[in-house]
Design a binder for this molecule. Structure first.
Ligand SMILES: *[C@@H]1O[C@H](CO)[C@@H](O)[C@H](O)[C@H]1NC(C)=O
Length: 443
């Protein structure tokens, strides 16, 4: 048998069913943001399109809970000079804020974008009553044309830790200018719409990125990029509590949890703003001995009264993987996970569906139900038997939650030897040190 055939035969022999019981949780609504919209009100926009721009701002704001505790919004309209429509904290509920945006009067004039950004930095972010408490400070610059002044002020904004998004509308915009206004990478922080009539099309991606920015403060170094997300091996203190063991490849390290290892942390410390709107859950695990016959939650988020807020459950009995959140929609799928080897399980959670992968092979998709924020007042745990605090011995090499759903395409299972052998992808895509073609240490 070649390695490839060997892998396939194991895959066939150990088919399990993967049931996905899903609903989505989000933490965006309860994120704590100071959000400032800097909107072009120059003559080139026109009365009609200015109304559309206002409606778009209302739309992208709707995912946030507007209140003194959570998100506060300010709007600056600008042409030759910036005009503060209302400061941060002026409107303490969503309905009032929407009304305030709706009644903004169109200014007209030239386009001095740099000046408006400077105004936001010097006068708007800094005058928030929550300036010292709020770490998420986000500016969204919406413009339809080239600025008549320079936009260096955005460098100062970024230097102060303000995240700047640039939204260019229409054909008059200059890509280079938007790139210099926005944070890096511009693939994340610059958005384009063909014109105001089609700006609705970038609503989803704007919402997703704003959500990500609000909920995912940390970055995980992956290859040469920094990805937003949660490194749960570190966050959950697996590296200090569990025994270090060789991983799937010589270059990889893993950790063995025993019955006496307790991996439990306060959810507030792991996901201080809840879970993002979309995310990719990646777990590389090996199940041996009796643990492959048990049903346990590989990862679970519990509320204070121990209700599951989110969980990935491995069921040894009916050989299935179950993803659960606050409501249920099930679907049968088949996965090989119980052959005593290392495997990478990846779940791509998006607003309307979940897709599962095992060792880079796409298994299936299931629809998702409506979103609800999770309670962060309880505990987040690893490898616990369902409904108990008993730890199931399991070996874990990787446990991450990426906030960018596109990370799903980039996160290849190259650390799995059979995947390395069966595809070229790994030698091409895995630039991380040594995860390419090392011999297996644990097969
Ligand atoms: C705002 O949302 C409504 C409802 O989803 C949609 O019909 C409308 O086209 C959106 N408008 C803009 C400008 O995004």
């Amino acid at each position: 048998l070649s390695h490839q055939e060997h892998f396939l035969s194991i895959f066939d022999m150990y088919v399990l069913s993967l049931k996905l019981c899903v609903c989505l949780c989000t933490g965006c609504s309860t994120a704590v943001n100071n959000l400032v919209y800097i909107v072009d009100g120059s003559w080139s926009v026109g009365f009609f399109d200015f109304d559309t721009a206002k409606q778009w701002l209302i739309n992208i704001t709707s995912q946030f809970d507007i209140s003194s505790h959570y998100t506060q919004v300010s709007v600056i309209q600008y042409s030759n000079t910036p005009r503060l429509e209302f400061p941060l904290g002026k409107h303490q509920d969503g309905a009032e804020l929407i009304q305030a945006i709706r009644t903004i009067n169109y200014l007209g004039g030239n386009t001095q974008t740099g000046r408006a950004i400077k105004f936001a930095v010097d006068h708007v972010f800094s005058s928030s009553q929550r300036a010292n408490q709020v770490k998420n400070r986000i500016a969204v610059v919406v413009t339809d044309g080239k600025s008549q002044d320079d936009v260096d002020a955005s460098m100062e904004a970024r230097a102060q830790g303000i995240t700047v998004f640039a939204v260019g509308v229409g054909s008059e915009i200059t890509a280079a200018e938007l790139v210099s206004i926005a944070n890096k990478p511009s693939s994340t922080y610059v958005l384009y719409a063909k014109d105001y009539t089609t700006i609705d099309r970038i609503r989803d991606s704007m919402e997703q990125r704003l959500c990500e920015e609000s909920v995912c403060p940390t970055r995980i170094p992956v290859a040469s990029r920094d990805e937003k997300g949660f490194e749960l091996m570190l966050g959950m203190n697996v590296h200090t509590k569990a025994k270090k063991i060789p991983g799937s490849l010589m270059s990889e390290t893993a950790y063995a949890l025993t019955a006496s290892t307790d991996i439990t942390e306060k959810t507030r410390e792991i996901f201080p703003e809840g879970l993002p709107l979309s995310y990719v859950f990646v777990a590389t695990v090996r199940l041996k001995g009796s643990s492959s016959k048990m049903t346990f939650d590989l990862w679970r988020v519990l509320s204070m009264d121990k209700k599951i807020q989110a969980a990935v459950t491995l069921s040894g009995k009916d050989k299935s993987v179950i993803f659960t959140t606050t409501s249920i929609k099930g679907k049968e799928q088949r996965v090989a996970l119980y052959d005593g080897k290392w495997h990478q399980l990846k779940l791509l959670v998006r607003p309307h569906q979940i897709t599962s992968f095992l060792d880079d092979q796409r298994l299936s998709e299931a629809p998702l139900e409506l979103m609800e924020p999770i309670y962060i007042n309880g505990k987040t745990q690893l490898a616990k038997r369902q409904g108990t605090d008993i730890t199931v011995p399991v070996e874990i090499q990787k446990l991450r939650l990426y906030c960018d759903p596109h990370q799903s395409e980039r996160e290849t299972a190259c650390e799995i030897y059979s995947v390395v052998r069966r595809s070229l992808c790994c030698s091409l895509h895995c630039t991380r040190s040594g995860s390419g073609l090392h011999s297996p240490s644990a097969l």
